[in-house]
Design a protein around this ligand. Structure first.
Ligand code: ADP
Ligand code: MG
Length: 720
């Protein structure tokens, strides 16, 4: 029988470099050529219509039927001029990833190409197969997609794609985009109110996001030869290579040519779609890389991140590569995250997280800064829940990964400023600019930018003019954590406004009222701030002393969604209703169970059908050898020991897999989803995965390399 591993390895010799031919033009000439944004609408629409459309999009207002008709006609002609015949509503169901349903422009009754505003605005996908957490079955059995005009349409795969939300007929959100849009609105309103304490001219605040996306790249044939990678996106077995990331020589080293060609090509594709990809480099682990687009308005940034992952997937195939976004595809190596750089920017052009040179402006900065820290402190469990997934559990709280503790890093300069502000008890009597000086906020030095980027172990770090939420997983739809972040900040800012009002009603001068409220927040939220090594064991102990949570697994982390306070917060900010939250919670638990179930089954298959047969065949060879040696009276103790070891690990793997199967059978009878998910976590994953893997990885070291069926780590990871 042919060994799948060697067949795959043989394919490597046939690889050729596929150098992309970049468009002859400068980037500026093809950037966004496949995206139907405001620039294109401007040339295609009548000036008055465009003015209205542009204003409504900018202000987040509704696009009416008339405008939609005009836009539909313009979009159709533009798409047809590029040879496009079909359109689709493009949405982000709760399973993760994206979904589409294609329709032709062609109307066979009329015999013409047609695209109406109504088709742009709304579509009814045959969506019964998308998860809904019981919503649509209790209400109506259908859902529909509705156009999101704030994110540009684009052409991909020969189709005009229209970014949409996906909701049930009764209006419940069934996707990841809807709550993000609602949270953006909440943070906009709340921020504007706070800004008005400082500057009456602010009328809109938008949240921005720059996503740094990490990923692994391996040869496609090797990927296909690993059933675990194909089925569960991560390797369930595999011994660490002799040379892992200990040497750190991969970081910022030169990029292998095949990967470089792949990067150039997907970057060009992204740029044509209007995704502003900019930096590319190697990451810490071998075969790990990163791409970071320039930040955009958060909803567009999320769409672009989803789109970029699709593009990368497709382009990788062309280069005989496979790209992996899983949070921990390889044990013992760095995991894969998606750093979410987030800030709030006013329509007057001020980044609210940018420290300024004048004291008054710095009070505005400090207001947003301190409120964000307070929001993170008060809602650490919800933030943790927002990044919970079976994949991310391997990054957060696993043996080699950062802990699942949510803390905030702000750097020594700002720590000093906050300490000063907190300590100084006599601000009431201080007046004028002296006050700021005394508080140390008159000049927050501009070196902050260089000074705050040092700590790479913090899950939530201030990096000079933005916060960076680093605990987000590589496969995540960032609409989830970003809707939570914007929600909690919105809610906190509303509290702040009312706390300040309470003070001023008592007769306190506005500026002092602001400072007093901030001081109380600084005190309250102090324990969430941590400047040290977030990956150290000391921090885990210290955090426990401070009373910070460290929830290690998804099923338990998800509980945070259902607490009374959280549900109320979602409802009072109009982000999600209780029904919607419960539906989401259920779907997330279902996803979790499915994930572990699949991994567990794949483990069983691999052990029973690949590993054990191979180990036994090898053992039989040794047996013949041992008997032969004994016959001629030669010492066979070495061979015997190997035979014994093989038996031991074969038995261990077999026992683990059998017992795990029994456990699954027991758990599958459990109705309650939470209980089932916890069972899958504790009694399947935690109880068996590591032990089975240990036995299999030992066998890998013992069995003849010529016989081993699974592509080895060293073969996958050192791509040339
Ligand atoms: P790092 O040092 O963390 O690897 P990068 O330069 O790779 O930094 O990525 C930083 C990301 O932060 C980029 O996507 C960048 O566009 C984004 N960014 C910069 N300023 C802001 C901001 N004000 N709001 C949101 N994102 C920002
Ligand atoms: Mg970063």
């Amino acid at each position: 029988m042919a060994n799948i591993r060697f067949n795959a390895l043989k394919e490597l010799n046939t690889r050729t470099f596929k150098t992309p031919t970049p468009p002859a033009a400068a980037i500026s000439e093809y950037f966004g050529e496949l995206s139907f944004g405001l620039d294109k609408m401007k040339t295609a629409l009548a000036p008055e219509t465009f003015k209205k459309v542009e204003e409504n999009i900018r202000k987040g207002k509704k696009i009416d039927k008339e405008m939609a008709d005009a836009i539909a006609v313009a979009a159709k002609s533009w798409a047809m001029s590029k040879g496009i015949t079909h359109y689709t509503h493009w949405f982000q169901p709760l399973t993760g990833g994206t979904a589409e349903k294609h329709d032709a422009f062609f109307n066979p009754q009329k015999g013409i190409e047609e695209f109406k505003g109504s088709a742009l605005i709304q579509q009814e996908p045959d969506a019964s197969s998308f998860p809904n957490g019981g919503i649509r079955s209790t209400f109506e059995a259908r859902g529909y997609t509705a156009w999101d005009p704030s994110s540009p349409m684009f052409i991909m795969g020969g189709t005009l794609c229209i970014p949409t939300i996906f909701i049930s007929y009764t209006g419940e959100a069934l996707d990841n985009k809807s709550p993000l849009l609602r949270a953006m609105e909440a943070v906009d309103k709340a921020s504007v109110k706070v800004c008005k304490l400082f500057d009456r001219n602010v009328s809109r605040v938008t949240a921005s996001l720059g996503c740094e996306q990490e990923y692994f790249v391996i040869d496609r044939a090797l990927f296909k030869a690993r059933p675990d990678l194909v089925m569960s996106n991560r390797t369930l077995f595999g011994h660490s290579p002799a040379r892992g990331q200990q040497l750190d020589d991969h970081y910022f080293g030169s990029i292998p040519t095949r990967v470089y060609n792949f990067m150039r090509e997907f970057e060009i594709e992204c740029l044509r779609l209007g995704i502003p990809v900019s930096t590319r480099h190697n990451e810490v682990a071998p075969s790990q890389f990163e791409v970071a687009p320039i930040f955009e308005e958060i909803n567009v940034a999320n769409d672009h991140n989803q789109l970029m992952m699709d593009v990368m997937d497709r382009v990788a195939a062309k280069h005989d590569l496979a790209v992996l976004f899983h949070e921990k595809p390889f044990a013992g190596l760095n995991g894969t995250g998606k750093h979410n750089n987030w800030s709030l920017i006013t329509d007057t052009g001020v980044n609210l997280f940018q420290p300024r040179t004048s004291a008054r402006e710095n009070l505005l900065f400090l207001t947003f800064f301190v409120n964000t820290i307070k929001a993170v402190y008060d809602n650490a469990d919800l933030l943790r829940a927002s990044i919970a997934s079976a994949g991310n559990d391997h990054r957060l709280g696993a043996n080699e990964a950062p802990p699942a503790i949510i803390s905030v890093f702000i750097g020594s300069q700002l720590t000093a400023v906050l300490d000063e502000l907190e300590k100084n008890g006599n601000v009431q009597v201080e007046k004028g600019e002296n006050l700021y000086m005394k508080l140390g906020i008159d000049k927050i030095p501009s070196i902050i930018l260089d000074n705050t980027d040092r700590n790479r172990t913090s899950p939530f770090a201030f990096t000079g003019n933005k916060f960076e939420f680093r605990a987000v997983g590589g496969q995540a739809n960032v609409g989830v954590p970003m809707s939570v972040l914007n929600l909690i900040v919105a809610d906190q800012l509303n509290k702040f406004t009312s706390d300040v009002e309470k003070e001023t009603k008592k007769g306190t001068e506005k500026r002092l009222a602001i400072i007093n409220v901030l001081r109380s927040y600084i005190k309250d939220s102090k324990s969430v701030r941590f400047e040290g090594d977030g990956y150290s064991d000391e921090w885990v102990k210290e955090a426990e002393k401070r009373g910070l949570s460290n929830v290690k697994d998804t099923p338990r982390a998800l509980d945070a969604y259902l607490t009374d306070e959280v549900v109320k917060m979602y409802e009072r900010n109009d982000v999600l209703t209780k029904v919607e939250i419960e539906a989401r919670h259920e779907i997330l638990l279902e996803n979790y169970v499915m994930n572990i179930q699949i991994e567990s089954r794949v483990m069983g298959d691999l052990v029973n059908n690949h590993i054990i047969p191979t180990a036994i065949a090898y053992q039989n060879k040794l047996l013949t050898n041992a008997k032969g040696l004994a016959e001629i009276g030669v010492d066979n103790s070495g061979v015997k020991r190997t035979i014994e070891e093989l038996s031991r690990f074969i038995n261990e793997a077999k026992k683990g897999v059998d017992n795990m199967l029994e456990e699954r059978k027991r758990l599958n009878k459990i109705e309650d989803l939470r209980e089932k998910a916890i069972g899958y976590c504790d009694d399947v994953k935690m109880k068996y995965f590591d032990d089975i893997r240990y036995a299999v990885d030992k066998l890998e070291l013992i069995v003849d390399d010529e016989d081993w069926p699974l592509v080895k780590y060293r073969e996958m990871l050192f791509l040339r």
